[in-house]
Design a protein around this ligand. Structure first.
Ligand code: FAD
Ligand code: UDP
Length: 379
């Protein structure tokens, strides 16, 4: 009898498996329908020997000391600050939009305070910032919105920014200084030997068994277990009883190039003319030394693996119904990006899983850890 059957070997499932096995002595079976662990963070060496991310570029960044220190248990790190250029008006300029972006794009020589005035002169007053269009036009005006955000967002989501929650484009700030990093988090680093190795270390515990290539629905009735942790799409768990939750998918096209690098920086965004949204050159991310490099194009699409929940009010309404239904089931936890329908980064999923572990420990007064009743041992 397993104490926990965990569906999904991504961050949500693997963090919980690791904590429950190593800190609470639980017996775990983790099931994934894919042929590998690590969920969407899975990386591997392709036939040219280049480390690539199967499900698109994954750059680790967090402001949470707890999350970073937790993952420190399973990997060493290579410091890496991601930089992105956008292909706009025939130029490659930094995104997030910053002082250099404006000077380069318009052939100006403004300083920080002048660029602040520049943005203020272009910004459109918006009484209540609600949509992804509002976020951008209220800060930098419609021209920059059209150049950098409108086309990209329509491609990525098949929705106009005015139809998406503010939180989507708010992920990309506007700066008046010359900081050209994509993220400004305190901790920015990549697992030294890759994500998959980090997950192998996380899951290498005698109490954790792994079953791959298996949809949990095929085996759940055959495997005795006390509790279930589900990290797949919540609507699928409930057989879409309230209708399908929209998820956005991507097609990835990989190419290996016979030169050390393909482009000037880790990622180049293509907001406008192309069908793809961005090209990533993996060797910047991984730091690998190799005479060739591999790049990936991302083509957004509706069908395929569910990668992105779509943040907008009508979808939040549907999710709420599933969430309420989930709350009525005992011995079952829903955790992760797909199961809680949240546009979460990796670190947020780790934080959510660690919080769930604490909650489970509080709910299980009989749990004995290291001889003490219901004590969570911090590593
Ligand atoms: P997942 O990794 O999706 O894991 C869920 C697992 O459940 C999957 O392996 C799936 O196969 C399995 N599963 C589902 N249904 C079943 C079933 N019926 N039976 C068995 N198994 C099932 N985050 C960052 O912090 N930085 C980035 O740069 C970044 N880039 C990203 C780029 C792309 C293109 C995408 C799509 C995401 C990116 N993310 C990034 C987000 C990151 O991938 C997620 O936050 C994280 O992987 C979510 O982990 P999870 O465990 O919730 O879900
Ligand atoms: N975005 C955009 N132009 C860009 C970069 C981002 O319009 O050059 C918008 C787009 O809607 C995108 C969102 O901001 O989906 C979030 O961007 P991020 O780079 O965080 O996307 P992710 O890495 O999660 O795909």
């Amino acid at each position: 009898m397993f104490d926990y059957l965990i569906v999904g070997a991504g961050f949500a499932g693997s963090v919980l498996a690791e904590r429950l096995a190593s800190k609470a002595g639980k017996k775990i079976l983790i099931i994934d329908k894919r042929n590998h662990i690590a969920g969407n963070a899975y990386d591997y060496y392709n036939t040219d020997g280049i480390l690539i991310h199967k499900y698109g570029p994954h750059i680790f960044h967090t402001n949470s000391k707890d999350v970073f220190e937790y993952l420190n248990n399973f990997t060493e790190w290579r410091p890496y600050e991601h930089k992105v250029l956008a292909s706009v008006d025939g130029q490659l300029v930094p995104i997030p939009i910053n002082l250099n972006t404006i000077n380069q794009l318009y052939g100006l020589n403004l300083n920080s305070s002048q660029v602040e005035d520049f943005f203020a002169s272009k910004a459109e007053p918006v009484s209540r910032v609600q949509t992804s269009e509002d976020v951008v036009v209220s800060k930098v005006g419609r021209e920059l919105y059209d150049k950098f955000f409108r086309g990209y967002t329509r491609k990525q989501w098949d929705l106009d920014p005015s139809e998406l929650d503010a939180s989507v484009t708010a992920r990309v700030p506007t700066r008046t200084n010359k900081d050209d990093r994509y993220f400004t988090d305190t901790y920015q680093a990549m697992p030294l030997h890759g994500y998959t190795v980090m997950f192998q270390n996380m899951l290498s515990h005698p109490n954790i068994k792994i079953m791959l290539n298996t949809d949990y629905k095929e085996v759940i009735d055959l495997i005795p277990h006390k509790q279930l942790i589900f990290t797949g799409p919540i609507d699928s768990y409930f057989d879409y009883c309230y209708g399908k939750l929209p998820y956005r998918s991507l097609e990835f096209k990989f190419e290996t190039i016979d030169s050390e690098y393909y482009q000037q920086t880790g990622t180049v965004n293509y907001p406008n003319e192309q069908l793809y949204t961005r090209i990533t050159d993996f060797k910047y991310l991984t730091g690998q030394k190799h005479s060739k490099t591999t790049i990936v194009y991302e083509f957004p699409c509706a069908e395929g693996d569910p990668y992105y929940p779509v943040p907008r009010a009508e979808n939040a309404e549907i999710y709420k119904k599933y969430q309420q239904l989930a709350a009525t089931i005992s011995n079952t936890y829903f955790v992760g990006r797909l199961a809680t329908y949240k546009y979460y980064n990796m670190d947020q999923v780790v934080a959510q899983a660690l919080t769930t572990f604490k909650k489970i420990m509080q709910e299980e007064p009989e749990t004995h850890v290291n001889g003490q009743k219901n004590t969570i041992v911090q590593s």
